[in-house]
Design a protein around this ligand. Structure first.
Ligand code: BYC
Length: 308
């Protein structure tokens, strides 16, 4: 009779066989902690990410645009909620995660620390930010943790609508007046580089990648996904008649990919460390909204207590 396998061996075998790990399964502590880190930061990005576009709901140029944007921003809130729930299955609580966000211990996507200054920016966020998010999240549909992978399936369906609504705004601007075309170009100029930063540091600099790839939490690397995004977005910009703000951008026949210039990693580090144009504003807003909602949480607890 062969000796019984250890927890570690069973876990490793399931990862190797591409089986999903579920909440009640045994998992290494490092796997659990790494997932809580990534999923909670993903949730924070969705929720903080409601702010730049949310501020434009009252200023959308037509009733149709307003209803579409309202639905889009609500979807982002929903994504945050699925993801917080997925993280809770790993033994953390919503309170702990919110506390980590508000105290600056937990990160969220650096891109949401840039200001949304024009209607063109709303288009660029949908086109580029949701576009980058889809590339990353399609890959995460194959992540090894069941609740995270399943959340990604639904989120990707909604993100695809978000990307299209952003591209549709850009298309309309680019078919409009000279002033509208200039607005679209200005938005692309400001959002292009922060969008490339969404994929994180280069693989060689990425602290978590090797463990996350071994555990199949991440299925493709930061640089692979960034390249995929560039390759699919350049033709979209060409169709719009816009110029990507990168003099080094060029098709490389040999590689079968676009070459592109270097990201300003100092700017990335600065914004991630809390010193971007809107970091303080984003967290202040979150703290205020959370305090304003305290009565709802209190009422829910009182209701639950009464019915217990
Ligand atoms: N911004 O070892 P690395 C949306 C941090 S929202 C800030 O490569 P990892 C939307 C990283 O956290 C969807 N920080 O990390 C919503 C780590 O710090 P810690 C957002 C970043 O985890 C509203 C350190 O740098 N999508 O679609 O292996 C409106 C070292 O990095 C960033 C997700 O959240 C960054 N860009 O890989 C519109 C995707 N990049 O934790 C749209 C889920 C890195 O050690 N997340 N850092 O303190 C992931 O796929 C991975 O976490 C990342 C980074 C690829 C982002």
């Amino acid at each position: 009779m062969s000796p019984a396998l250890s927890h570690e061996e069973i876990f490793a075998g399931r990862i190797a066989a591409d089986e999903r790990i579920e909440p009640k399964d045994w998992m290494p502590e490092g796997y659990r902690r790494n997932l809580i880190r990534q999923i909670s930061q993903h949730a924070h990005s969705e929720v903080i990410g409601m702010q730049p576009e949310g501020a434009w709901i009252t200023r959308a140029p037509s009733l149709k645009r307003k209803t579409v944007l309202l639905a889009k921003v609500q979807d982002e809130g929903g994504h945050g909620l699925y993801l917080y729930s997925a993280a809770e299955t790993l033994g953390t609580s919503r309170e702990e995660m919110i506390q980590a966000l508000q105290s600056g211990r937990a990160k969220y996507a650096s891109i949401f620390n840039y200001p949304c200054m024009s209607w063109g920016d709303v288009g660029a966020i949908g086109w580029l930010v949701d576009g980058a998010a889809i590339v990353n999240q399609i890959s995460l549909q194959q992540t090894s943790y069941g609740p995270y992978a399943r959340a990604m399936v639904r989120i990707c369906k909604e993100e695809s609508f978000h990307q299209r609504q952003g591209y549709d705004i850009m298309l309309n601007l680019c078919r409009g007046s000279g002033e509208q075309i200039a607005m679209a170009q200005d938005a692309l100029d400001r959002w292009w580089w922060p969008s490339l930063m969404m994929f994180g540091p280069h693989d060689a600099e990425s602290a978590h990648s090797s463990r996350s790839m071994a555990w199949k939490i991440k299925r493709q690397s930061n640089d692979e996904l960034r390249q995929k995004f560039v390759d699919q977005t350049v033709p979209q910009a060409e169709f719009l008649g816009l110029r990507i703000p990168d003099p080094k951008l060029q098709w490389n026949e040999e590689r079968g990919h676009y070459d592109f210039g270097e990201i300003d990693w100092e700017e990335f580090a600065r914004v991630v460390a809390g010193d971007g144009p809107c970091n303080a504003e984003r967290i202040d807003h979150h703290v205020r909204a959370h305090e304003d909602g305290a009565w709802v949480r209190k009422a829910m607890l009182a209701y639950e207590e009464r019915h217990r």
